[in-house]
Design a protein around this ligand. Structure first.
Ligand code: TXA
Ligand code: MG
Length: 338
């Protein structure tokens, strides 16, 4: 199929939103920008449309999707038995990069939840995403718009590179603000659990959820047979083809300068001391800058044709935890402590 590239400049904006909404109402799939990463959207009520999303991405069938809503009325259509805390969190963090796992209603297509009785919901802050949802009048299930296993797409061209010819359309918006996917928490169990760290930080959430736990899967590899609270956490993710290592401790520049046939992914502050090919992914002190660039940088690594890539690990605080969580997966849990 030919993938429509829908421009979003002022003159074309409304037409493109209308076209995207029509495609979605007719069971099609559309790549759309959000403030976190680009999503591949389909109606959360349409099982056939959702199957197209899984197919285009090559996504494992047991990995459920996040449902995107544009207002609080839609929340009641997709979730039930909603605890009071959800409204408090929504007031503070929506629209924005927080996803809450709740009990699902029967309206949600089975394949969205991949057999679970729950649904993950978020209200994105991206204007384009909100306009597409409200124009179509549909809650939109949307995983990241990458081929499964690849780094998540943070630009329209990443989506085109991965999915051109496999999806109906892409809204050609701006680069994503945050650059890492939303924070996912579950609120269906006895204790709230952070399943995936993102731009809404653990520290911020603790103020509202003092008993919030961090799932083991955030920083550790699940062993065969372990139960995944969030199925997505058990898959290898974000990896370049070059063999990646996450490097912690002092003396990163000295360490990488001794390596042959290697690339370094480093902080701005140390770039001048690194003598091997390198990619800078932001400032060590500005975790948002690291989040913003990391997936784009991971997509660049293979261009060097090196054997190995050494990535300088960020501190695990604030948004750094989200970046670390993605990088440890990109490195398939290979961590070097110098
Ligand atoms: O920022 C984001 O969240 C982006 C944009 C497009 O909104 N979407 C995204 O979707 O990252 P995806 O499919 O790449 O990641 C969804 C994550 C997976 O780790 C999945 O396992 C988890 O959310 N998830 C979805 N539904 C769930 C559920 N019912 N229970 C537990 N985890 C769930
Ligand atoms: Mg994803």
């Amino acid at each position: 199929m030919e993938t429509l590239k829908l421009a979003v400049s002022k003159t074309e904006y409304q037409n493109s939103i209308n076209t995207a909404a029509e495609i979605l109402k007719n069971g099609g799939v559309v790549g759309m920008p959000t403030e976190t990463v680009y999503g591949l959207a389909a109606s959360a009520y349409d099982d056939k449309a959702i199957k197209k999303v899984f197919e285009a991405k090559g996504r494992p069938q047991d990995n459920p999707l996040i449902v995107h809503i544009s207002d609080m009325e839609m929340l009641n259509e997709v979730a039930e038995d909603i605890p009071e805390i959800v409204y408090t969190l929504a007031e503070k963090f929506w629209p924005g990069p927080l996803t809450m796992v709740l009990h699902r209603t029967a309206k949600i297509a089975e394949s969205v939840s991949a057999g679970l009785l729950t649904v993950a919901v978020r209200m994105p802050s991206s204007k384009i995403a909100l306009d597409v949802i409200s124009k179509s009048g549909l809650p939109l299930a949307a995983p990241s718009a990458n081929v499964s296993g690849r780094p998540s797409p943070t630009t329209a061209s990443h989506v085109v590179n991965d999915l051109d010819g496999k999806i109906d359309a892409v809204l050609m918006g701006e680069d994503s603000d945050f650059g890492v996917e939303s924070t996912v928490i579950t609120l269906v169990g006895e204790t709230p659990i952070l399943l995936r760290p993102g731009a809404v930080t653990y520290e911020q959430l603790l103020k509202f959820l003092p008993n919030l736990e961090i799932s083991d899967a955030v920083l550790n590899e699940l062993k065969a047979g372990d139960r995944a609270e969030s199925p997505g956490m058990k898959y290898k993710h974000y990896a370049p083809k070059t063999t990646a290592f996450l490097v912690e401790g002092e003396g990163f520049a000295d360490f990488v300068n001794k390596q042959e046939n290697a690339v370094a992914v480093c902080f701005m502050e140390e770039a001048g001391s690194i003598k091997i090919p390198k990619l800078i992914y932001g400032s060590a002190d500005d975790k948002l800058s690291l989040a913003h660039s990391i997936f784009g940088v991971l997509r660049e690594v293979d261009k060097f044709g090196a054997e190995r890539v050494f990535i300088h690990a960020p501190e695990k605080e604030g948004v750094g935890l989200a970046v670390y969580n993605r990088l440890i997966r990109a490195a398939a849990f290979k961590v070097i402590n110098i």
